[in-house]
Design a protein. Structure first.
Lengths: 322, 312
């Protein structure tokens, strides 16, 4: 009896030992896995961190090697110009002394607030138009089967695939004819066209997820087709509309080439302004650029928090459900 | 509506039973829903395209401000232009190299994240950030990182790994391998795209399929290569399609980081078109380049879409 018991005991002990070892090995494996992944993710996050940190570093630290990743000293000088509108030359003299070649930074120095406002207006209004045109189209593409439906989808897709360089000169010439260059209207409509294919196909995928029974039920209960769309289905695709809205705003916010062509000086969105800061200055003023770039990035980073879940779906225009 | 009305309505014979008569101005007419968007898109894609095609047979005389019809001269010039072939080769190199690296890296990172390391949720959120950075800002950022003297990447290559000599800047805006600098930004920005898509695909694979393979004695590599990868095919194809199109169109990084230099080493088709149209005011020639690029994009995109049967 006792022998059996002690044998049993020994067996359990051995089992526990093996389990413990396995457990420890699992934990070790997980630790290894985590550290490898953290390292790789770090490589992707580091440039952003570096850029943000450059925007608060005093001049002499930006170019230090090995790269300064801690903050022995910080300065608000770059931001005070970029957001606060402090005089650019004065700040540069104070910050950099004679170290830097004085660049221009365009007409208004590096003051980005007007460009941020422009970006917001263009992004917001164009997205409003995009969503109001795209939603009915998406509904129809999901619910009806007109002849050549696949071709229509093909066409919509192909406009997304069209390189801006191909379309931009004619648009530019026509805009010149109708005096639309450098106007909000012209720019907003151009941005609508960039985002329309994305919004249509993304929203279509959201409509596809709603069973048709819902439409039928609504229509049996006395809704017209339009009523069913407007009063009922819209609510069900609300998350899709939010996702599409955020993505459209972001793409409009980030767009460079088309905006570069269609605006001259008054009306530049933030990426265009960035390129002009850069090309108009003699030497590149990294502190100012970093602050301006950060100011352009922070709103996008905040926006994206809201649609992280639908990001994959949005970027593939609804083809991959994330 | 009274009961008798309903009965009467129900008993009304339809004019042609096989084909219900549809009124044009009705919510049942799909074209009314679709037309505004289609018109809009046509106005900004088909119309400019035709216009551009017309332009490509003309030459704009800047001085006297008129279009001279020159037939196919722009097109014959295009095929004799070594700078055009150069930019074509650079575009192809760029597309292939960037795509290959992004797929492989994306796969590795997605598998790592899928194995659920600690904090994988946070890491997934962080890895999105490069993707939503404006390409122009990303270009600036990498110009700082690849700065020929003070850039962090330059420093790594030169002082830490000593791959690069101190005399010659290699990957910055003026370096011999400036294209690598541009590839780096693209890889930095868009590898996360593959990561997210592959992760989404991996999540979509039913557990029991992988389990079954495991039970049947498939090892890790076999489970990955024989079970998971084939099931990821469609998802991966979509990702490649979108990346393919956008890689062909690369403009922002080139404009910001190198302006096509040094000596045309980073001049992609998009940028060469831009140079012709807006810097040299060779509108007809620029139009020809633009159309060539578009044909390239469309042909490859649609061939790809057909082969992999991607449907929306």
């Amino acid at each position: 009896m006792t022998i059996v018991q002690s044998q049993d005991q020994a067996r359990t002990d051995a089992w526990h030992k093996v389990q413990n070892q396995r457990h420890r090995r699992d934990r070790l494996g997980k630790l290894l896995l985590t550290s490898v992944t953290v390292f790789i993710v770090f490589l992707f996050v580091f440039p952003i961190y570096f850029w943000f940190s450059a925007s608060v570093k005093p001049f002499q630290y930006i170019f230090r090697l090995p790269p300064q990743i801690t903050f022995p000293e910080t300065t608000g000088a770059w931001w005070s110009v970029v957001i606060g509108g402090r005089d650019y030359f004065e700040t540069l003299r104070e910050e950099a002394g004679g170290l830097s070649s004085t660049g221009g930074g365009g007409t208004g120095g590096y003051y980005v607030v007007p460009y941020l406002v422009t970006s917001l207006i263009v992004g917001g209004l164009s997205t409003l138009v995009v969503i109001s045109i795209a939603t009915p189209t998406a509904y129809a593409l999901s619910r009806f089967d007109p002849r050549g439906k696949q071709n229509i989808i093909f066409f919509i897709l192909s406009t997304r695939f069209m390189p801006v360089v191909t379309a931009v000169l004619p648009i530019y010439l026509i805009y010149q004819q109708f005096k639309l260059i450098d106007t909000y209207g012209g720019l907003i409509i151009a941005h609508v066209v960039i985002n329309l294919p994305l919004a249509i196909l993304l929203l279509k995928s959201f409509f596809d997820d709603i069973p048709r029974d819902l439409d039928d039920a609504a229509q049996v209960d006395g809704c017209t087709r339009f009523g069913a769309f407007w009063r009922i289905l819209i609510r069900y695709i609300a998350p899709g509309i939010v996702a599409a809205t955020v993505l459209c705003v972001i793409f409009s916010w980030n767009e460079l080439l088309l905006t570069l062509y269609l605006t001259r000086s008054e009306l530049r969105t933030i990426p265009v302004a960035m390129t002009t800061f850069d090309s108009s200055s003699g030497g590149t003023e990294w502190g100012f650029l970093a602050a301006a770039g950060s100011a352009a990035m922070i709103p996008v980073f905040i926006f994206i928090l809201f649609v992280q879940r639908h990001l994959v779906r949005g970027l593939t225009m609804g083809a991959v459900r994330g | 509506m009274t009961r008798s009305d309903v009965l009467i309505a129900a008993s009304q014979p339809t004019a042609t039973p096989s084909k219900p008569r549809r009124r044009f101005w009705s919510a049942e007419n799909p074209w009314l829903w679709i037309t505004p968007a289609i018109v809009f898109l046509m106005l900004y894609s088909i119309f400019p395209l035709i216009y551009n095609l017309v332009i490509s047979f003309h030459d704009w005389k800047t001085r006297s401000k008129y279009w001279e019809f020159i037939g196919t001269e722009n097109w014959t010039n295009l095929f004799a232009d070594s700078r055009f072939w150069n930019s074509l080769m650079i575009t192809f190199t760029y597309v292939i190299v960037a795509m290959a690296i992004q797929i492989v890296l994306g796969f590795i990172i997605a598998l790592l994240l899928d194995a659920k390391p600690w904090g994988s949720g946070l890491m997934q959120a962080l890895i999105i950030l490069p993707m939503v950075t404006a390409p122009s800002v990303a270009g600036m950022l990498f110009r700082l990182l690849t700065h020929s003297e003070f850039g962090t990447i330059t420093w790594l290559l030169r002082d830490v790994f000593q791959i690069m000599s101190a005399q010659e800047p290699l990957i910055g805006g003026t370096g011999r391998y400036a294209l690598i600098g541009i590839l780096l930004v693209d890889i930095w920005q868009w590898t996360p795209f593959f990561v997210l898509i592959i992760l989404a695909g991996l999540k979509g694979i039913p557990e029991d399929v992988v389990e079954a393979a495991h039970v049947d004695g498939a090892n890790w590599v076999q489970r990955l290569w024989r079970v998971k990868v084939p099931m990821l095919k469609t998802v991966l194809a979509v990702a490649v399609l979108f990346r393919l199109v956008d890689l062909y169109k690369v403009f922002d990084y080139v404009a910001i980081m190198t302006s096509g230099g040094p000596g045309g080493r980073t001049e992609t088709l998009s940028y060469y078109g831009y140079v012709n149209t807006f810097q040299q005011i060779e509108w007809g020639y620029g139009a020809a380049i633009g159309i060539t690029l578009m044909l390239l994009v469309w042909v490859s995109a649609f061939a790809f879409q057909k082969i992999f049967r991607i449907r929306w």
